[in-house]
Write a protein that binds this ligand. Structure first.
Ligand code: ATP
Length: 329
């Protein structure tokens, strides 16, 4: 029989609870024990855990956040963190570790793997969708849904006042959340790093295009969905630039943390369940140092070392926008 340590780490994401549930139930099937450590890597450093079973995970599939709590853990960045984690794993006779989190969390897994021989499996959980080796991360579709809900409401106000709105969504350094939110809300324009070669030129084109659209009365309002961190200046500053250039009232709305919360939508619950099961199966098959993911509806495994968000995503985003003839100039 096996003993599994489970944590949720990095930014919380809707669907993490569904993944905790799936891991626990699949583990019970094989009579594996699951210890849920509290607060990401901090719980592993402080030996703070609860024992998970079917009762503990009852009815959590629909809940946002994570019952195991999440946190950043700066101690993992120097040697003492991983060393203390391994002490906890060994003193509890744990042979496998499952980490639900982003690619930062997987770097933590790699640091632990240098000191520990157990099986380490990652499950991609972040609203940013900034992980290589899975089409979507757990939490992404819920965040898109939340953004759509907000953008729809902003559209009402934008229409009523014939205004330009810049809506900033999350994504860390990745444009997927902005792209799907822009497509789904019928936004007029998108701003994200992946489509910007030269910022000055990009902004010049943006101003010309907005001006043209407004002069031609193409729409009552103009919505630009912008990924956070995509420009060297803020969404508010962009709105000022646009207002100065077009003479039309422009406002910026930053959606922020509301995108991290909420009950997970169906695709996130289903993905979390598939990946939770896949993680336990990977342990059973004695795999290690891999993240489980779904690519083209097929369960896949990717080495931790290859999970970092990469430039190939630029092409993926540009292709996607081109296919839809979405404003790219
Ligand atoms: P998200 O992007 O959704 O916030 P993430 O997992 O990428 O998720 P990070 O804050 O980057 O979030 O990482 C979470 C934790 O993983 C960190 O607080 C730290 O404990 C650990 N970690 C991150 N990078 C490293 C690294 N290079 N080496 C060891 N541990 C790391």
């Amino acid at each position: 029989s096996k003993k599994i340590a489970l944590i949720t780490s990095g930014g919380d994401a809707p669907g993490m609870n569904a993944a905790i549930r799936a891991v626990t139930l699949q583990a019970e099937k094989y009579q594996y024990q699951v210890l849920g450590f509290i607060g990401g890597y901090n719980g592993l450093i402080d030996n703070h855990f609860i024992t998970l079973d079917c009762h503990k995970v009852d009815d959590i599939i629909r809940k946002g956040g994570t019952i195991l709590k999440s946190a950043r853990c700066p101690e993992m960045l120097d040697n003492s963190g991983p060393k203390r984690v391994v002490e906890t794993l060994e003193s509890n006779n744990i042979d496998s570790l499952i980490v639900i989190g982003g690619d930062g969390s997987f770097k933590g897994c790699l640091a632990i793997s240098e000191l520990w021989q157990g099986n380490i499996i990652g499950i991609p959980g972040t609203i940013d969708n900034d992980i290589n080796g899975t089409d979507q991360t757990i939490g992404f579709w819920t965040a898109v849904e939340t953004a759509l809900d907000s953008i729809d409401k902003i559209r009402d106000t934008a229409n009523a006042f014939e205004r330009i709105f810049i809506v900033e969504v999350m994504g860390r350094n990745c444009g997927f959340l902005a792209v799907e939110s822009a497509i789904g809300s019928g936004a007029e324009h998108i701003v994200c790093k992946e489509i910007i070669e030269d910022e000055v030129q990009f902004i010049d084109n943006l101003l010309v295009n907005i001006n043209k659209a407004i002069r031609n009365h193409r729409t009552d309002s103009y919505i630009i969905v912008m990924a956070e961190n995509s420009l060297s200046f803020s969404a508010h500053e962009l709105s000022k630039k646009i207002e100065r250039y077009t003479g039309v009232d422009s406002k910026a709305a930053i959606l922020g943390y509301i995108q991290r919360g909420g009950s997970p939508v169906a695709p996130d619950r289903v993905l979390a369940t598939q990946l939770g099961v896949a993680a336990v199966e990977a342990i059973k098959a004695n795999k290690s140092n891999i993240m489980v993911g779904m690519l083209n509806n097929t369960a896949t495994e990717t080495a931790f070392s290859a999970t970092s968000y990469s430039n190939t995503y630029n092409q993926k985003i540009i292709r996607r926008l081109n296919q839809l003839n979405f404003n790219l100039d």
